[in-house]
Design a protein around this ligand. Structure first.
Ligand code: ZN
Length: 422
């Protein structure tokens, strides 16, 4: 039967993702990659709704929209414009040409579903939800997922010159057979960049920034992949009203490239506390961490795994008051994660001196992991001044805490080069 919805998107990943979301919601959908041929196919198929990307070679989505809405035969078809660019001018043009909605990429899962359902209802089309109770979920393919710590120190003076744990600042990668996700761009990202340039496996990189303190972005200006025009970087982060993401990033990049922009293709995504569908089978949830300034933490769900990255975050632990519900809030979001990277900056003693600075006692992080059934917890963001002796003592104390309290979690102290198969 004819498709109820036609998607026109030249990017197979984004197009595939849109298709997946629509199919999951119970609609029949067709994906077209060639925008030049799309108009004739849409006219023949007469779907209830079209979803058009803006930037496409051949014919851009706004022109296609204009043509569809100018033809009496296709005018009644509802249209959603999707784009990574959130410029007001394009939104206005889309509305002028008759688009019923404009959705920004990456997709906010709930918002996307809600918009589509709303427009389809107006067309008198209901999603074909299964009539019977849903069958047991199909077994999830569990391809290998490997996380690597490239840097996990906080910035600061007095870093020990040589240490087995490393002195590079925040950067963790998560690799699946088809994708590479990078969390933060502290100085450790140059080590990752060297490996990527050598193995050449991934040319499209997702980079999720938690915030713009130097220990999370200082490596970006020297990231080898940003200096290579064959790479595409999708950079995501928070936007403050007074400090837009674009501005923040420009400052960081100028440190390495001056007024020239890096040769790699860069696209920016501003994120909020939402769940986004970023690729087929990949969901990213964002929450605000308890840290000065707008600081994000990420929950990545892919290949049946749940992986949390939250390097700057103050858990209140035993010091929490009835009004401080941060531990409970993120506990609910992270519960049962296969792998979690969390702030374990301070020894219990140093934490007492540094309360309310936005960082945790490593013991609070261990307790958090035990209570929330995290399978593997990696303590990161160690204080820059800590020597191997201090870090080893913390590691021992963490293991003792797990044993004493009967937690099921496996706790690892973060160090440069640590590889974890999730
Ligand atoms: Zn930090």
């Amino acid at each position: 039967m004819a498709a109820q919805i036609i998607i026109v998107d030249d990017d197979p990943l984004v197009g595939g993702l849109t298709l997946e979301l629509l199919t999951d919601a119970g609609y029949s959908a067709l994906l077209l990659a060639d925008s030049l041929k799309a108009q004739d196919i849409i006219k023949a198929e007469k779907p209830a709704l079209v979803i058009l990307d803006i930037l496409m070679p051949g014919l851009d989505g706004l022109t296609l929209l204009h043509r569809l809405k100018s033809d009496p035969a296709t005018k009644p078809i509802r249209a959603i414009i999707v784009s990574g660019k959130s410029f007001e001018a394009e939104k206005r043009r889309a509305a002028q040409y008759g688009a019923e909605a404009f959705i920004e990429k990456p997709y906010d899962v709930d918002l996307f579903a809600q918009k589509v359902e709303e427009l389809m209802k107006k067309q008198g089309v209901e999603a074909r939800k299964p009539a019977l109770a849903p069958a047991a979920p199909a077994p999830i393919a569990r391809a290998s997922v490997e996380a690597v710590v490239w840097g996990c120190r906080a910035s600061g003076e007095a870093a020990p010159a040589a240490t087995r744990y490393g002195t590079h600042t925040a950067c963790v990668s998560v690799e699946t057979p088809s994708n590479l996700f990078i969390f933060d761009a502290g100085s450790g990202i140059s080590l990752l960049g060297n490996e990527l340039m050598k193995n050449g496996k991934h040319k499209l990189l997702w980079l999720f920034l938690t915030h713009f303190h130097p220990d999370h972005v200082e490596g970006l200006a020297n990231f080898p992949c940003a200096r290579d025009k064959d790479y595409t970087l999708y950079i995501s982060g928070a936007s403050d009203p007074d400090k837009p993401l674009e501005q923040e990033l420009k400052t960081v990049l100028e440190a390495g490239f001056g007024n020239l922009m890096p040769p790699a293709k860069i696209e920016l995504y501003e994120l909020m506390e939402q769940t986004y569908a970023i690729l087929p089978g990949v969901r990213l949830s964002v929450f605000y961490a308890n840290h000065p300034g707008t600081t994000l933490a990420y929950i990545l769900q892919t290949e049946g795994r749940k992986i949390v990255y939250c390097p700057d975050s103050e858990l209140y632990g035993e010091y929490g008051t009835a009004l401080q519900d941060y531990d409970e809030k993120i506990g609910a979001a992270c519960r049962g994660a296969d792998l979690m990277f969390h702030d374990g900056r301070y020894t219990a003693e140093d934490y007492k001196k540094n309360r309310n600075s936005g960082h945790s006692s490593f013991l609070a992080a261990v307790d958090f992991a035990g209570k929330n059934l995290i399978k593997t917890m990696v303590l990161v963001h160690q204080d820059a001044s800590y020597t191997d002796d201090t870090l080893e003592a913390m590691d021992k104390e963490a293991q003792a805490r797990v044993d004493k309290r009967g937690y099921k979690v496996k706790v690892l102290l973060g160090r440069e080069g640590l590889r974890i198969t999730a």
